[in-house]
Design a protein around this ligand. Structure first.
Ligand code: F6P
Length: 547
């Protein structure tokens, strides 16, 4: 049984008491006292290696955290997800992104129907379509092959495929350019339309609901732009849709043969494995996409069957729970030392914060403990020259996830050893810090005056004792990226279960959307609604500038 109030459970209280002790630990000493710490707190799964040893954890901490996971029914709820039970309770839906990457022979039932054949049929449709685009068989309205793909979507219909396309840059099919438009800010669409030619461009309108304001506005503007050059009949050569809303797609004027369907049991932020991955298939080819799915599936199998104590998503999730709920960390920084993963922190922001940024439990009771921390970050080494100052010497303790590949796709060996060295050095520096004595010794050696040394010491001291995880992979390939994303999906799931949150709805994005509709009417017409003086004042200024 999931406890109605996690904070009142005996194991939560035990962990709180344990955290009082942990607050006095030194990470350096934990390593000094235990030569077996690294092998005990590292593991491999799905081609990834996780080192979580630089956290305030002991065997006792881990065993208490595992007890917490059991108390919260983690295994039972995980198993219910995999078999298609409706664990998205607020929306009465199954949660089956794992089925999207399951092998053809598996059987997963939703309302008594095996969904695997439908999934495979859409994959086949994606394969056939991508082959036609790549071979040049699919032609634009002047008979020329497609050179540019423009994906119009937002949130999960943009962030996942955009990140994967960027990350898979070394695998791109050279003849095809893939662009993404998400923002309702017209500059986004305008910039892309200025780069492409209507006769050789294919638009993908990606929207689960096919009602999202930004996507619909961008789609209609793209359609008008196209119709300045081609005819209504040409639309079917230049517009395809990915959606669960067949009726709205046809109303928009997209032929049903050009619809790539998916299903309500695929959440937006978990949808890149479905037809929403079409831009990825077009960018890197169908075979690489299947490798991407296979990598995620390998992580699914590990998550589903490995014992909790040696389960990578479980340990990553529980370490996060420890840092958040017992050591008081309110944010987590993600630092991929991989230029191609530049959008990975942004992808995790949607995945984790839209899933677990909630203040009520599944049963409607308030959450009385911290839920999702703020997720943020940037690629290393760039971040080192910006916000790492705060990570090392700021007043907050911010755990960091370092992600790095042991081999690059390029041949600039010196660059790669510098990258690896910096990645490993940062986690070491965060943990070890630099004492006043070490600073004094260094400054004395530099010949600084004793008086100046004393004023410099506090500025140059690093407290250290700052936790981090490091995730290694051999090389960033479709299958390792798939495994990495599935790892974080399941980490998010684990944390949602512990916090007793429904990780699969997102009511928090609704209010602003509704209020924006009213304000847009005011901006475009001679009407005014009642607002606070700040909002009214801003609307008035905008209206005055439009005149
Ligand atoms: O911002 C909320 C949200 O519903 C996301 O969860 C979703 O990924 C995004 O909007 C886009 O929705 P759709 O695919 O229906 O256009």
């Amino acid at each position: 049984m999931n406890p109605t109030n996690l904070a009142n459970t005996a194991v939560f209280q035990k962990l709180k008491k344990h955290a009082e002790k942990a607050g006095k630990w030194s990470l350096k000493e934990l390593f000094r006292n235990d030569p077996g710490r690294f092998p005990a707190m590292t593991l491999t799964a799905g081609g990834l290696f996780l080192d979580f040893s630089k956290n305030f954890l002991t065997k006792e901490t881990l065993s208490l955290l595992l007890e917490l996971a059991k108390e919260c029914d983690l295994e039972k709820i995980r198993d219910r997800m995999f078999v298609g039970d409706k664990i998205n309770t607020a929306e009465h839906r199954a949660v089956l992104h794992t089925a999207l990457r399951a092998p053809r022979y598996e059987k997963v039932l939703v309302d008594g129907k095996n969904i695997i054949p439908d999934i495979q049929a859409v994959l086949d449709q994606m394969r056939r379509f991508s082959e036609k685009i790549h071979s040049g068989e699919w032609k634009g309205f002047t008979g020329k092959p497609i050179t540019d793909i423009v994906n119009i979507g937002i949130g999960g219909s943009d962030v996942g495929p955009r990140m994967v396309c960027q990350a898979m840059r070394p695998f791109h099919i050279k003849e095809l350019n893939v662009h993404f438009v998400a923002n309702v800010d017209g500059h986004d669409l305008d910039m892309v339309l200025n780069r492409v030619r209507p006769e050789t461009t294919l638009f993908i309108i990606a929207s689960k609901t096919f009602t999202t304001l930004e996507t619909m506005l961008n789609a209609h503007s793209a359609r008008s732009w196209f119709l300045n050059h081609g005819t209504i009949r040409d639309i079917q050569k230049h517009f395809v849709a990915i959606s669960t809303n067949r009726e709205a797609v046809e109303k928009f004027g997209i032929h049903h043969d050009n619809l790539f369907p998916f299903w309500d049991w695929v959440g937006g932020r978990y949808s890149v494995w479905s037809a929403i991955g079409l831009p990825v298939v077009l960018a890197i080819g169908y075979n690489h996409f299947t490798e991407f799915l296979a990598g995620a599936h390998a992580m699914d199998v590990h998550f589903r069957y490995a014992p909790l104590a040696s389960n990578m998503p479980v340990l990553l999730g529980l370490t996060g729970i420890w840092n958040r709920n017992f050591l008081g960390c309110t944010s987590v920084s993600v630092a991929p030392y991989l230029q191609d993963l530049v959008s990975f922190p942004r992808y995790l922001q949607q995945l984790e914060m839209e899933s677990n940024g909630k203040q009520v439990q599944k049963n409607g009771e308030p959450v009385t403990y911290g839920s999702c921390p703020v997720i943020w970050g940037n690629v290393g080494t760039n971040g080192q020259h910006a916000y790492f100052q705060l990570l090392h010497q700021g007043t907050e303790i911010i755990p960091v996830d370092f992600i790095v590949a042991l081999s690059p796709h390029h041949t600039l060996a010196k660059h790669h050893s510098a990258l690896l060295a910096n990645c490993f050095a940062q986690s070491e520096a965060l943990m070890k810090g630099k004492t006043a004595d070490q600073v004094r010794t260094d400054l004395e050696a530099s010949g600084m005056s004793p008086q100046e040394i004393e004023t410099q010491i506090p500025q140059r001291t690093f407290p250290g004792n700052r936790p981090s995880n490091t995730i290694l992979m051999n090389v960033l390939r479709p299958e390792t990226l798939g495994a990495l994303m599935a790892l974080y999906e399941h980490k998010t799931f684990v944390q949602g279960v512990i916090w007793n949150i429904n990780s699969f709805d997102q009511w928090g994005v609704e209010l602003g959307k509704v209020l924006a509709q009213t304000i847009q009417k005011e901006l475009e017409n001679n009407i005014s609604e009642e607002h606070d003086s700040s909002t009214s004042g801003l609307i008035a200024l905008a209206k005055a500038s439009r005149k």
